[in-house]
Write a protein that binds this ligand. Structure first.
Ligand SMILES: Cc1cc2nc3c(=O)[nH]c(=O)nc-3n(C[C@H](O)[C@H](O)[C@H](O)COP(=O)(O)OP(=O)(O)OC[C@H]3O[C@@H](n4cnc5c(N)ncnc54)[C@H](O)[C@@H]3O)c2cc1C
Length: 379
């Protein structure tokens, strides 16, 4: 259901994807009146619809790990709290390596995780088949396994947040495109849309791959650039057990996971383009099929039944951009660089805390500020 536009509201959230949904929920929990504005007729049709749903706490730094751990920890009680099933399957993340240098990177990731309790550990090549017997082990020099990680249904998580936000009084206007952000004296005063204007003192840019275009409305150039990635889906494929971990074959640039009796796989493409060009280039399927065969010869029996493409919005350091901007009242929660599902819970919570209290309570937000990309000033 789409709500009419109010004349005035405390905060406008631009975008009803998983991040805008989390943002709306957490802002309403903090007592703000919230309007979510979404240009499409339904929520979650952008990057959120394209995601593989992986939730992993494997990162190379403590902060990204702690953000991901909060999302992972929220999964078991999510349905109880929000009324929607996240369908979290804790089947693990298995990162295989074909090069010693990749194994060294995994060791660093596993070490970074020990302090935070990710549960990730290194595996010898002999141990890998115990976790994923279908893999072809030729060329595999070792692996890292995160047994507590897994994959969810991003739609369920997003809808949980959105329905809870609505219960808290949030309004959601679909088929409404933000066309401008109004400012006066360097601070936000409202938004202009194709259906009229709304006055507000706070705007949060949760526009996913469109975040750079939205930021340009206040003359900000943010380094969050959309890159296309494809997912190819096999027909029914019981050869991969339903409990298989998500396998990421880093040196082959390939991953796969079971999904509803099929297998979804990606050649981990990073094709920079316009945010709305999500057309599938079927010619990419050949390369993905080759990678699949290198990973597990059983995939010679598979064929692709369908495919989709979506945008991952990458920043130069592959970390999200959260928090304030030089324009008072204009905040960012974007540039998730391929891990917006992993970090959706704290991303909304921490930015909402920053907006309402001027600081984040337990998780630091400052390292994610836009200001980290500023050129150091001479003298
Ligand atoms: C193939 C693929 C696989 C992925 N797999 C994973 C994974 O396994 N794990 C993981 O953590 N992440 C994954 N990701 C990344 C994840 O999908 C994103 O980080 C996440 O969905 C970002 O959510 P969002 O809400 O910021 O963006 P979106 O879902 O794109 O939502 C943004 C919304 O803003 C709306 N909007 C934009 N501009 C305007 C405007 N001017 N006015 C009104 N509305 C506007 C859009 O219509 C859209 O609905 C994957 C991405 C892809 C493409």
């Amino acid at each position: 259901m789409s709500d009419p536009l109010p004349k005035t509201i405390d905060a406008v959230v631009i975008g009803a994807g998983i991040i805008g949904a989390s943002m709306a929920y957490h802002l309403t929990e903090a007592g703000l009146g919230v309007l979510v504005i979404e240009k499409e007729q339904l929520p979650g049709t952008g990057s959120t619809a394209a995601a593989a749903g992986g939730i992993r706490a494997i990162f190379d730094n403590e902060l990204d790990i702690r953000y991901a751990l909060e999302t992972r920890a929220a999964m078991p009680t999510f349905e109880e709290r929000f009324g929607w099933k996240p369908e979290f399957r804790r089947h693990g993340y298995l990162y295989t390596a074909r090069r010693e240098s990749t194994l060294d990177e995994y060791r660093r990731d596993a070490d970074a995780g020990i302090k935070c309790g990710t549960g990730a550990r290194m595996l010898t090549p002999e141990e890998v088949p115990e976790i994923a017997p279908i893999l072809d082990m030729s060329g595999i020099v070792g692996a890292m396994f995160g047994p507590e990680d897994g994959y969810c249904d991003p739609y369920g998580v997003m809808m949980g947040f959105l329905s809870a936000a609505r219960k808290n009084g949030a309004r959601i206007s679909y088929r409404t495109q933000v066309t401008g952000v109004k400012t006066e004296g360097g601070r936000v005063t409202g938004v202009a849309t194709n259906r009229g204007e709304v006055s507000c003192a706070t705007v949060v840019n949760c526009a996913g791959p469109f975040a750079r275009k939205v930021a340009a409305m206040v003359d900000l150039d943010i380094p969050a650039r959309p890159h296309r990635r494809y997912i190819f889906v096999t027909g029914p494929f019981p050869q991969v057990p339903k409990t298989n971990p998500l396998v990421l074959d880093q040196d082959n640039l390939f991953y796969f996971k079971p999904e509803s009796g099929t297998v979804i796989m990606s050649g981990m493409e990073e094709e920079p383009d316009e945010p709305d060009d999500t057309a599938v280039r079927w010619e990419r399927s050949e390369g993905v099929a080759e990678k699949a065969l290198r990973c597990a010869s059983v995939f010679s029996e598979a064929g692709f039944a369908r495919a989709w493409a979506g945008m991952r919005t990458l920043t130069p350091d592959r970390r999200a951009i959260l928090g304030p901007t030089p324009v008072d009242g204009f905040f960012l929660a974007c540039g998730f660089s391929g891990h917006g599902i992993c970090q959706c819970v704290p991303a909304g919570r921490v930015v909402a805390e920053y907006i309402t209290k001027g600081k984040s309570e337990d998780l630091p937000i400052e390292p994610y500020f836009l200001s980290r990309f500023e050129e150091p000033q001479e003298g």
